[in-house]
Ligand binder design. Structure first.
Ligand code: BMA
Length: 336
């Protein structure tokens, strides 16, 4: 992958010089924005499930494929998922898919924009043409969810991000389990947003689905920093125990990727990099991270798996999980 102009060699993520790889003008009809793609290997190539927002404001999911995962994208309108406008749970569109392959099936966890708020839904497919809706996994408001590809003691595991209906408590990543992908329970805070000036204070959420590595489940998550001129969406890393994903074994104390290039700074929502998919390539080390830039275009960056693992070893602070007081109100350890 060719580095972009001014890319610093010390950065973990290297942007593809051909970014953005897909944008609205690649469509034959009027499209407002295309962003936040899920990603998977499929039939020997790379398949992206694009979030395509048309000019009504509603999003649907459309397939794009490429042999090398970087160039020559073919947008295939016959494959994808259109929201069921007659179903309340996706009345206002479907957004931000995360793809987990389980056997021969692709499980897509996506945000259903319901008339009662954004929620987490699941569907599955073998060919990205025919879809089976599997229902709502988490009620509103909840987003940023993905399945692990394996079970733990016979239970499926889902990372998700509910939003408390109470200001000031922060918005955190949760973990829930299910025996059958339908009934979910054992909900617990997995990674809490930090407080104060930390890069990942107040509001965080999962990016792509967890990736199994020799050190455990690698997690890529975004954090939203509120500034005087708006939000900045950046990305950091964490590691979960291989056998018990409720155990966070490492969490980077600094962000590893943030908006910088014009296609991340200009668009419907400036200052956003938002990955929903990543693919470990056949060399066992190259990871292609697919992300939305400024809620407007689709981009890709490359990262070395071994360097990400090393980064977590070098930059993991002591963990700062919330403690519950007898009142049940979460308190946070001093981050210093
Ligand atoms: C999040 C989601 C994403 C979006 C991001 C930045 O809450 O809605 O779809 O990319 O905000 O606007």
């Amino acid at each position: 992958m060719q580095m972009t102009r001014n890319e610093e060699p010390r950065e973990l993520f290297t942007r593809f010089s051909g970014n953005p790889i897909i944008c609205a003008s690649d469509f034959p009809h009027n499209v407002n924005a295309v962003f936040n793609p899920g990603a998977t290997e499929f039939e020997g190539g790379t398949l992206l499930l694009l979030r395509v927002e048309d000019r009504t404001g509603l999003s649907s999911l459309v397939v794009a494929t490429s042999e090398n995962g970087l160039t020559d994208w073919n947008i295939d309108h016959s494959r994808g998922m259109t929201p069921h406008a007659d179903k309340v749970e996706e009345q206002w569109g479907v957004e931000d898919p995360r793809i987990t392959r389980i056997g021969d099936e692709y499980y897509v966890v996506y945000v259903g924009y319901s008339a009662f708020g954004p929620l987490v839904s699941l569907c599955k497919t073998r060919d990205f043409v025919t879809w089976e809706r599997c229902g709502v996994l988490q009620p509103p408001e909840d987003k940023d969810a993905a399945l692990f590809p394996t079970t733990f003691d016979g239970r499926w595991a889902l990372i998700h991000r509910p939003v408390p209906n109470m200001p000031g408590l922060g918005t955190h990543m949760w973990l829930s389990y299910s025996p059958d992908l339908t009934y979910w329970g054992e909900a617990q805070v997995l990674i809490a947003a930090q407080r104060g000036s930390h890069w990942d204070a107040n509001k965080i959420g999962l990016g792509p689905p967890p990736m199994l590595t020799k050190d455990g489940w690698l997690i890529c998550y975004h954090a939203v920093r509120t500034t005087a001129s708006g939000s900045i969406y950046r990305v950091g890393l964490a590691m979960l125990d291989r056998d018990d994903p409720s155990t966070v074994v490492a969490r980077s104390n600094e962000w590893v990727f943030g908006p910088r290039e014009p296609y991340e700074q200009m668009g419907d929502v400036p200052g956003v990099v938002f990955p929903c998919g990543w693919i470990l390539r056949d060399d066992g080390d190259t990871v292609h991270v697919y992300y939305g830039g400024a809620d407007t275009v689709v981009c890709v960056a490359e990262a070395s798996l071994s360097k990400m693992l090393q980064h977590l070893r070098d930059h993991s602070d002591q963990l700062k999980a919330p403690e519950a007081e007898p009142s049940g109100v979460p308190v946070f350890r001093d981050p210093t």
